[in-house]
Ligand binder design. Structure first.
Ligand code: NAD
Length: 292
């Protein structure tokens, strides 16, 4: 079994980005600038967004965190977004999801200018991704492609089973891996909550991408020997023995599945850190595109 070390791989990517940023600055350019909007006080969201801002600092980017109250109106949020769309000093920005119930998430995603949409959630960018045109690929599936690439895991002709069909992970992952691209050319089965006989399907998989958000869902009896497992899930589970009161669990029952796997991602330290590194990569892309 080989561990797909997202922590180390993301550190390598960040190092590469830092070198590129230093070079850009040497040439007289300003630093790339990422902004992040967060609405309310959701603990997990705050952790993610703070990690993103910190990562910016480490590679030499500028970053701006905009914290807005839970009860902000949809209109006021749309105005904030318009402000970032038209702010020349900002290369890209994200709106941390989920948003409070009174705000229409789709409307917010649509309001972000596609050229600054470094999360790759705007329909224009999702459409380009689906057509295999250059664009911002959303960070989680982009990070998984990069991890597979850097560990030279063959995907061509392999059977990939994706569990979960969300717009941010399962769906784009299934599209990307089936495309004609370096990490791609796979035969992909996408499964979801209405799938029947899931175990019969996962048992045929060379690669499983688990992105359903149910802790320790994928068990050893559901995979064949020599499988590659990508665990996207992150769930906070109460744990009084931990200082912060919880621990993080993936969607895979790690120990028993790892024993049958050729490659597997840990949680934490797998897909999570890759997601942040790819957000930085997208921000750098937004910056260099604006340079022309
Ligand atoms: P989601 O809730 O939007 O989607 C879950 C999907 O799983 C749905 O499509 C649903 O049909 C499917 N599903 C639910 N129960 C199922 C079952 N029993 N069998 C098969 N499919 C089932 O979730 P999401 O936003 O895609 O996130 C999934 C998990 O990944 C969560 O734990 C989330 O925290 C995590 N996540 C991690 C990262 C990261 O950077 N590592 C990024 C995004 C999401």
């Amino acid at each position: 079994m080989t561990l797909l070390d997202g922590k180390k791989t993301s550190a390598d990517i960040k190092e590469e980005i830092a070198i590129e940023v230093a070079e850009l600055k040497k040439q007289g350019n300003r630093a790339p600038h990422l902004a992040a909007i967060i609405v309310g006080n959701n603990g997990a969201s705050l952790t993610y967004v703070n990690a993103k801002v910190k990562a910016c600092e480490r590679v030499g980017f500028e970053s701006t965190l905009i914290r807005l109250p839970e009860d902000i109106s949809e209109n006021d949020l749309l105005n904030e977004i318009e402000g970032l769309n038209t702010n020349d000093a900002i290369d890209g920005f994200i709106v941390q999801l989920p948003l409070p119930k009174h705000i229409d998430e789709q409307k917010i995603i649509m309001a972000v200018h596609p050229d600054k949409d470094v999360d790759g959630f705007h329909p224009t960018n999702v459409g380009k991704m689906a057509l295999n045109l250059p664009t911002f690929i959303s960070a989680t599936p982009f990070g998984i492609l990069e991890l597979l690439d850097r560990y030279q895991i063959e995907t061509s002709g392999k059977h990939v089973v994706v569990i979960g069909r969300s717009h941010i992970v399962g769906s784009p992952m299934s599209i990307l891996l089936s495309q004609k691209r370096t990490v791609g050319n796979a035969t992909v089965t996408i499964t979801h909550s209405r799938t029947k006989n899931l175990k019969e399907i996962t048992l045929q998989a060379d690669i499983v991408v688990a992105a359903l958000g149910i802790p320790e869902f994928l068990t050893a009896d559901m995979v064949k020997d020599g499988v590659t497992v990508i665990d996207v899930g992150i769930t906070r589970v109460e744990d009084a023995t931990k200082k912060r009161g919880f621990r993080l669990l993936g969607d895979v029952k790690f120990d028993e599945v790892a024993a049958k796997s050729e490659f597997i991602t840990p949680v934490p330290g797998g897909v999570g850190p890759m997601t942040i590194a790819m957000l930085l990569k997208n921000t750098l892309l937004a910056f260099t595109r604006r340079l022309g």
